[in-house]
Design a protein around this ligand. Sequence first.
Ligand SMILES: Nc1nc2c(ncn2[C@@H]2O[C@H](COP(=O)(O)OP(=O)(O)OP(=O)(O)O)[C@@H](O)[C@H]2O)c(=O)[nH]1
Ligand SMILES: [Mg+2]
Length: 639
Amino acid sequence: MPSTGARRNLIIGTAGHIDHGKTVLVKALTGRDTDRLAEEKERGISIDLGFAPLTLSDGSVVGIVDVPGHENFVRNMMAGATGVDLALLVVAADDGVMPQTREHLAILELLGVSRGVVAITKIDTVESDLVELVVDEVSELLEDTPLVNAPVVPVSAVTGDGIDELRQAIEREASSVRLKDEELPARMPIDRVFTLKGIGTVVTGTLWSGTLTGGQKLELLPQREEVRVRSLEVHDSERAEVFAGERVAVNLAGTPRESVSRGDVLAEPGLLQPTWMADARVRVLGDWPRAVKRGARIRFHHGTREVLGRIYPIEGEQIAPGEAAPTQLRLEEKVVLVPGDRFVMRSYSPVTTIGGGAIVDAHPVKHRLHDPEALEQFAMLESQDAAEMTAVHLKRAASPLSAAAVARASGLPPTLIDQGLQTLAGAGKAVTFGEGATRLYLWRERYDLLEASTVSALEQYHAAKPLAAGMARETLKKQLVPGWDARSADIFMDSLEKAGAIEAEGKLVRLPGATAAVTSEQSSALDSIVERIQANPFAPPTVSELAGELGQTRQGASELLAIAEQDGRLVRVSPELYFSGASVAEIEQRLRAAVGPDGITVADFKNLISTSRKYAVPLLEYFDRNRVTARVGDVRKLR
Ligand SMILES: Nc1nc2c(ncn2[C@@H]2O[C@H](COP(=O)(O)OP(=O)(O)OP(=O)(O)O)[C@@H](O)[C@H]2O)c(=O)[nH]1
Ligand SMILES: [Mg+2]
């Protein structure tokens, strides 16, 4: 293998009409016959994908994917074309441009393949002026396509004429191909699955991004199964590590053959969430005969997978031929998409290529027709600006998210999200909590709204309960941020406290300076309540009785009692009963001393503190709640 510096991993894919000489040409270039199936031999046509390594003059080896030209097998062609970096378009000199020449070319363009070489094959079968005519026809065909400058080389696989020139043209074009990204998370759409005796399940594909190493854990999608790489091969030789742009065979340890099929994706675990909806810029081919209507049923081809779905343009009722429009795709099965991915759309029946496009949002919400917010977000996501793209996803999040969580929610690369979040935080558009990998981000406007509603919730609380020292922090959290995890909610409360928006004391929070306003009258009423309760340590007056004695409402008495509870003088045993702190401690001590291995009944407990059932039952329930005792049948036992 060449050194890392010289390594140029890329995939060449054939394209062209049936019988135009693709497979024979690949054999002339590589020495390998890619038609493996018996049926292919019998019928003399390619049916499925074929693979062959091509050694370049610098020693590096690139992969060739040979595709079938038959119109019935265009779906197989697409599974092969999906990872192609450089197209080898084949046109037979005796036949010229034919329907699948055009269809394959359109598919390559939709998939974003912008480099290629054209081979005019079978030149041994025609006069040279006919070759010239076909060259002109091809040049005209390529005129408004990305392949407009592709070299056109006449060849014969029979005589060998032009094969060296073709090889040189391929090398020249290959040197300027933009290579796949090894730094991105690993992703490989599976194009073949088979079992080898004594080895087990093997899957093959073109590694779209990242690297794979032996022993590595991967995720099989969309079924979300964890799998492990036992060993790796590229062009039949075993490798410890493989790189983006290589044709890879992966032996999966312990994965049964039946649980994998063409169309599945191998990916770095935990990053990609399968989706059945996506927003995309959808282009309808210029030569498609009519506008494609909102709701049209289509075949969606992405990677090596085909699923049915419908298209919903966001801006109008249809997409005209030659137009590209922001569109929502709603699919019938889940797929694994990353923004920027290309796809092809074919008609439901008869099956022909309609168009395709690029994914813009892999996890959108359902849009209405003409939804202005959807269009605005679409534009931001299409901008390719890290901060703009990140902002869309952060805005959607109801709770603070880590960078990893934003990456998961968007399907965008973690490095892009990191960069976007930093820019947004720096510009004050995102609020950050915590540090390092656990750092959380919340969209600033959402934070401000939550801060305002926290303050108004506390204002209402203080107005309703002027005697209370504050609101229970847990209650406030449940009211304001019900869906948040405990850690995020606590960090949020802490940050409000740090910012001086709220004040915290123990389990209570309040507005700054909002201490309980107790009048001297209330304060003396409170003192006499506490005295009355302390005077009857095991049978204190109930809240209603106290209210009656003091000429207060029950609510007024409860508020006074709550103050004494907060300052620790009283303990709330039930809504109706408060005991002095000292007597609860005394009762607990007696209880602990009295409970034997058989436990204690309510009657025994009643006698123990010489009180009535009215007090004994709530007291025992209080001790159950505070995990001093546990109820077992008719008795209480110590915990
Ligand atoms: N005379 C001549 N025959 C050729 C040449 N190249 C291919 N052929 C013949 O054309 C026929 C089709 O060739 P293939 O390579 O199988 O064509 P293909 O494009 O792979 O066909 P599909 O995969 O079915 O689309 C075969 O009989 C080949 O022998 C050539 O340069 N000269
Ligand atoms: Mg073939």
